[in-house]
Each structure stands twice: as structure tokens, then as C-alpha cells.
Design a protein around this ligand. Sequence first.
Ligand code: FAD
Ligand code: SF4
Length: 455
Amino acid sequence: MTTSRHPMPARDAAQRVKTFEEVALGYTRAVAVEEAQRCLGCKNAPCMKGCPVGVRIPSFIAKLKQNDLSGAADILFEDNNLPAVCGRVCPQESQCEGLCVRNKLDGAVAIGALERFVADNSSKSVGACAETCGKVIKVAVVGSGPASLSCAADLARYGAQVTVFEALHTAGGVLAYGIPEFRLPKEIVRREISNIQAMGVKFALNAVIGKTIFVDELLEDFDAVFIGSGAGVPSFMGIEGENLNGVYSANEYLTRVNLMGAYKESSVTPLLRGKNAVVVGAGNVAMDSARTARRLGADVRLVYRRSRAEMPARAEEIEHAEEEGVKFDLLVNPVAILGDDLGRVRGVRLVRMELGDPDPDGRRRPLPIEGSEFEIDADEVIVALGTTLNPLIKNSMPQLETGRKGTLCVDNDGRTSVSRVYAGGDATSGAATVILAMGAGKRAAKAIIDDAKAR
Ligand code: FAD
Ligand code: SF4
């Protein structure tokens, strides 16, 4: 076998920058089967070691090799509760594909693209209840992001009665409010959530735990509580001008556009459509913000205090942003946001940076160059500098132990310091990835069942 990896077909950059339609188009059946032929079916399956939810990768691909879509779907849906989501947004290059033996030959098998193909094209869903735990266990799940959805679906599989309590009016967490439509269509998220509903999981929306209902109260009605409340509080720079009109946190900006549909002409959600947008940061959230602002008609400059080599976003996201006309200003840092007489953003003052000695984490420390300040015009600034945990639940339950950055402390299986209370996802790790959150939810579901059976 000498064929190299099949590229993911994508919408043309000039065309896609005018629309919120999905950029990646997915494989056809013929291409998916051909790509599956590239898998060597390794007995020790190194790729699986890179999958936090343990998808039996060689097994599902083996079915696809034989053009057996239904057989592939049976395996995939049993292991992964959100396969169409993961096939689109997982950083496969640093997970399963990063460990694929074909990397040394002609490129990793496109595991993510195959996962997406199977999930999108099969009529199967995550419905099968493989195992029951022998007694009725009631579990409350807080939040409805990937950690909670994965936990809830596995609990339902074990036969537990599950209610998900979500603060927002829509389920999905970052999948619904953060990741843009052009990378993850909301129809896909809705479909995978409705599969989980079909397993018997109930959803209580507009329920803010720690405010309208307390974890202590949930513990009176449920055998266990899982907290998957994420890390959704945005960080700011603490510089002059951050309260001007036209400054958004990436979270607020993306929520307005994605969750509230502000990109649609019919939407009543107010959103500034800037002409000159500056995005601060260089992670995936910054790329999503910059690409969104481009689609809403802005010229976009992304400013980052380190060099390209240190940009934390996925290489693919950086490339897509560049193709769509986002300009990168590297080794610069905002020192003030400038306003006009009406309190609106009119520009940003920046300082040039150079890289000094490495930090304790190995990244070279950015240092301002004295006397190098300059100003650029802007009517919109989007700050994408990371997020931290919302302290609401912790404050309402002081006996929950937290770590240095306010994250909830848990053991390997998601047990917190409070009996019958479990946690996972960004709420325990800090901002991370969909698949790590899902893995944590899966481990906690098993611990909840094991502990309940032992009680
Ligand atoms: P979340 O997805 O944050 O969900 C938490 C949920 O809990 C939310 O719905 C919230 O409303 C709810 N909640 C919070 N507090 C309460 C409360 N008190 N009561 C009730 N409900 C509550 N990761 C990737 O792997 N690939 C990507 O491409 C990617 N892109 C991203 C793009 C953006 C813009 C962002 C912000 C993140 C991205 N991530 C990506 C990271 C990934 O989305 C997160 O790591 C993941 O969603 C964490 O899952 P979670 O379930 O822990 O929390
Ligand atoms: Fe197939 Fe690559 Fe996994 Fe081997 S490591 S089984 S080639 S996907």
C-alpha cells in the first residue's frame, strides 16, 4: 500500500469567507473506504493509546475497509458518545493520529475524517444499553458540555436515571456557544444530543446550579452529582480602555454569534460589525474569533506577543485563518485600547516585543522593547486570552476542595473531596479539549456506578 493520506476537501477560501457554512466538506464513501485501506490494523493499536475515550480505532476502520458502514458505526457509537463532533474538532494530530505508525511512512491514517464519515452517514446512534448496574441509580449532571454529555450517556448505558441541569437555554456547552458554525454546524450538535436524549437522559435547561438549585439539594434527590461546569469566565489584560464600547471577550463575541445566531440577518441579538477588528491572542479561540469577524465583514489583525512558532492554535486553524485573509502581527502586545469622545474603540496602542530566556514551562518569555510603542486604527477589539472557572458552584459549596487556579480537585476517576460528588472536564483541568473532557466524563460515570453498587 503506497497511497498517501486523502486530504479533507474544503470550501474555497474566497467563497467560504462570505458564509458561515461548514468549511470542511467530508469524504465521499469511495474516498472513506480507500482511506480505510491505508490502516495496517496494527495488533497493539498505538493509535488507541492516544484516544481518551478508547475508540477501538482499528476495529471500526476494518469494517469500513470492507465497506460495512453499519458495522463500523456499531463499534464507533459504542465507544464515543459524540463521534460526529469529535471527527470535526478533535486535535487528532496530537492524539490518535499522532501515534499512528503510518506517520513514518506516508502520513497518519485520517482517523478523524473516517470517524466523521461514519457518524455522518450512518443511521445508527448511541442508543445501545450494553450493561445495567443491577439497581436504579439517579444521577444529576451539572452542565451540558462534552464532559457532562459523555458522562450522562455512559450512565444511561449503565441503566442509571440521569438528569442534566444546564444554566443556558441550549444544551452543548462550548459545542453550542463557542465553536463556530463553520467548524461545527449546530445541527450536528443537536443531532448527537438528541441521540443521548433517546437513551433516556433528561435535560433541565435554564437551571443555574449554585444559584437556583444547590448541589446539597441535588444530593437529597439524587444518588450522585457530576459537575461538568467548564471554565467559561474570560480573562482580560487589565489595560486602559478595556471597558470601551466595541471591546468583547471572545466568549461573549462567539456566544452572540453562535448561540444567539447574530450572524443571521433575522437575528435580534445586537452585535457590533466592526470594519477594523483586532483580535488579541493566538490560540484556537482567537482563530475562531478572527475567522468569525472576517465573515462578518471586518479587516482582521490578530496580535500576539510571541512569534509564530509559539502560537498555541492548531496548524490547520492558523492556515485556514490566513487563507481567509486574517493578518498576523507577531511579537506585539497591546498596552492600551484607545477610545473616542463617545466611549467607542478607535484604536489600539501596541508595544513591540522580543523573546528572552525560557519560562519554567519552556516557552521563551516575551519582553517589551523600550520606546517601540505604536498605534493602529480599530473599531472592535476581541480579547481571546483564555478562560478560568466560574466560582459559583465552589462558592455555594465551600467544602469542595479546589486547586491553585480554582479548578475542582478530583482523583483519577473524578471523585471530589465531597462524598457522592464527582467532577470532570475543564472544571477540573482548566481550559483543555473536547476529547479530554469526554474522557473525564466517561471515567466519572464508571466511578459513580462502581461506588453506588458498593454502597
Ligand atoms: P463546557 O463545554 O464549557 O460546558 C460547560 C457547561 O456547563 C456550559 O454549557 C455551561 O453553561 C454550564 N454551566 C456552567 N456553570 C453552570 C452552573 N452553575 N449550573 C448549570 N450549568 C452550568 N476543543 C477541542 O478539542 N477542539 C476545538 O476545536 C476546540 N475549539 C474551541 C473553540 C472555542 C471558541 C472554545 C471556547 C473552546 C474550544 N475548545 C476546543 C475547548 C473545548 O470546547 C472545551 O475544552 C470543552 O468544551 C470542555 O468541556 P466541558 O464539558 O468541561 O465544559
Ligand atoms: Fe491503523 Fe494507524 Fe491505528 Fe495502525 S496505528 S491500527 S495504521 S490507524
